[in-house]
Design a protein around this ligand. Structure first.
Ligand code: SAM
Length: 285
C-alpha cells in the first residue's frame, strides 16, 4: 500500500466520523510514517513499510471509533507551537488563541509583567504567552497532577521557564500578586445536552464541566481575583458563547472596570476581559 492509497483508504472510511476525512486521513498517514505533511505531498507513491502499515491500520480503527486525532498522534498545534497532549488534558482549541491575543494586547505597553494562568491544562496558554513575552514571569496552576506533568513537559520542550503550582484555583498561590490573570476554565453545565458525546468520552470532565450552571469556575475565579491582582491588573477569561453577558455581570459586580467581550472567528462571544481599578485591589491572604 502506497502513502496515497493509505490516504484514500482512510478518507473513504472516515467520512462517517469526521468533517474533513481527507485531512484526517493525511494526518494519520503522516503520523504512521513519521513524516511531515509536505513530505507526504512530495512523495505519495512511496509504499508503507510493514510496521508503518500496521500502525496506520490501528490508528485508522481508533479514529473510526471517535478517538481524537490529537490523542492518536499525542500532539496538537496551538499558536503555531506543537504541544504534547494526552487523556489528562483538554486538547487546546483554536478559539483559545483569542484569549492569548487579548492577554498580549493587555500587556503590550507594560514592561516586566507577572502573569497567572489558572487551569493551565497542557500549558498551551502559559507557554504561548511566555514565548511571545520573554520578559514576563509566568505562573501556571492546575488542580490536576497529571495535567501539570504534561504542562511541565511542554514548557521544557519549548525552552520556557514557568512556575507550575498544584492548586485548587488560588488556594496554593500564597502571597503572589499578578499583573494579569488568564484562564480558560471549565464552563459547560453538568447536564448540557449540547455537550458533544465524543468530547465527553475522550477529554477529562474536570476540564469541561463546571457545576449545574457551567459558571461555577468563572464565579470562583472572578470572586477572588482582586486579592491576587496588582492595582490596575487585568483579567482575561474564556467562556461559552452564551456566557458573555453573565461573565461581564460577574466582573462588574466584583469591581472590575472597562469590562468587554471579544468575539471569536465565528462571531461568537468567547473571551471577556477587564481591569481592576486602583482602589479595588486587595492584599492576598
Ligand atoms: C478548559 S481546560 C483548559 C486547559 C488549557 N488552559 C487550555 O486552554 O487548553 C480547564 C482546566 O482547568 C483545570 N481545573 C478544573 N478545576 C480546577 C480547579 N478547581 N483548580 C484549578 N484548575 C482546575 C482542569 O484540570 C483543566 O486543565
Amino acid at each position: 500500500m502506497t502513502r496515497q492509497q493509505a490516504v484514500d483508504f482512510a478518507a473513504a472510511r472516515l467520512v462517517q466520523v469526521c468533517d474533513n476525512p481527507r485531512l484526517d486521513a493525511q494526518l494519520l498517514v503522516c503520523h504512521a510514517c513519521d513524516i511531515e505533511h509536505a513530505v507526504l505531498f512530495a512523495h505519495p507513491e512511496i509504499p508503507l513499510s510493514r510496521s508503518e502499515e500496521s500502525l496506520f491500520r490501528s490508528c485508522c480503527s481508533s479514529r473510526l471509533l471517535g478517538t481524537p486525532l490529537a490523542h492518536i498522534s499525542g500532539k496538537k498545534e496551538f499558536w503555531s507551537l506543537e504541544f504534547i497532549v494526552n487523556e489528562h488534558v483538554l486538547i487546546p482549541r483554536p478559539e483559545t488563541e483569542l484569549l492569548v491575543e487579548t492577554a498580549l494586547q493587555c500587556i503590550a505597553e507594560k514592561k516586566v509583567v507577572k502573569i497567572l494562568d489558572l487551569g493551565t491544562g497542557c500549558g498551551a496558554i502559559a507557554v504561548a504567552i511566555a514565548k511571545e513575552r520573554r520578559d514576563c514571569t509566568v505562573v501556571a496552576a492546575d488542580i490536576s497532577t497529571p495535567a501539570l506533568k504534561v504542562a511541565r513537559m511542554n514548557a521544557k520542550r519549548h525552552g520556557i521557564d514557568i512556575l507550575f503550582i498544584h492548586s485548587d484555583w488560588y488556594e496554593n498561590l500564597g502571597r503572589h500578586q499578578f499583573d494579569v490573570i488568564v484562564s480558560n476554565p471549565p464552563y459547560i453545565a453538568e447536564k448540557d445536552p449540547e455537550l458533544d458525546a465524543h468530547v465527553a468520552q475522550f477529554e477529562p470532565a474536570l476540564a469541561l464541566i463546571s457545576g449545574e450552571s457551567g459558571l461555577e469556575a468563572l464565579e470562583r475565579i472572578i470572586g477572588k481575583a482582586s486579592r491576587y491582582l496588582a492595582p490596575g491588573g487585568h483579567i482575561v477569561l474564556e467562556h461559552g458563547f452564551r456566557q458573555g453577558q453573565q461573565t461581564r455581570r460577574l466582573l462588574q459586580q466584583h469591581g472590575f472596570e472597562q469590562v468587554r467581550t471579544c468575539q471569536d472567528l465565528a462571531g461568537q462571544d468567547r473571551v471577556s476581559c477587564a481591569h481592576l481599578g486602583a482602589g479595588q485591589a486587595q492584599r492576598s491572604p
